[in-house]
Design a protein around this ligand. Sequence first.
Ligand code: GRG
Length: 295
Amino acid sequence: MSLLPRLRRDRRLVEAALRRYLPVAGSVPLTVRRALAYSLFPGGKRLRPILSIAACRALGGRVADVLPAAAAIEMIHTYSLIHDDLPALDNDDLRRGRATSHRVFGEAMAILAGDALLTHAFEIAASYPAHRKLAARKVRAIRLLARAAGVTGMIGGQVLDLEAEGRSFSYGTLLRIHRGKTGALISAAVQIGGIMAGGSPEDVRSLRAYGDSVGLAFQIIDDILDREGTTHRLGKTIGKDARARKATFPALLGIDESRRRAREAARRASRSISDLGTRGRPLDELAHFIVERVS
Ligand code: GRG
């Protein structure tokens, strides 16, 4: 199967898993459930869970074993977007082509919806699949997820990002910001696919190297799209990084050099999984798709 039909198929799997694992209607207050559903559906590219599924398949695992963790990762990503858009952070009105959560539900409810998604994600990752033989894999996956979402990963990166705003910065600082803010969750998504498939430590190490490079490539392109993309295509306000004088790859290196480094990172990602042979091909294609994407 070629890349685009595979992306469509895996996206459908992710949508179904997210619907299955949403808090049961009637068991939670209606308003917060509406706010969760509003931000989760129709959603964005679903790139992180798609990477988990592809990594699981590459190691011969069962997709059903990784779907709960994949859905949890997308919930955590969605929470980060809700909170990132809040007035205290990016203060944005538009996300995934429509009004941000706090514009629709108010700031207090958006904060709570983000908190709810983050905590619910861990409940799902711990509870499913319920089979006892997967318990050890789930614990490893949850630990990785917590590290990637927390102060060692996404939150830490966000703090560095805030502190770098309006200041001069080095390439080293830029890498530290983005490894935490964006790279950690992307890399964890890939590794979790390998862990839930029961991959060997060597396989998971290769996936980690792949995930780190793909995470970097993704962020460089995200920075470029903020300069060159359109609000219509991206479904979010563009040009904000430059206005806020954020630490970005194009700001430091220019567009052409940034693009060159993104392509180089994608090639590094491919080399990291060369031991997987043809089983790694879908991951290889995803790495290049991420670099050539326009949204
Ligand atoms: C706890 C108050 C508080 C804040 C936390 C967690 C956080 C704020 C910020 C994380 C920063 C963040 C939003 C990083 C991700 C940046 C990024 C590249 C998002 C876009 O990802 P895509 O393109 O989005 O995959 P779609 O919409 O396609 O899922």
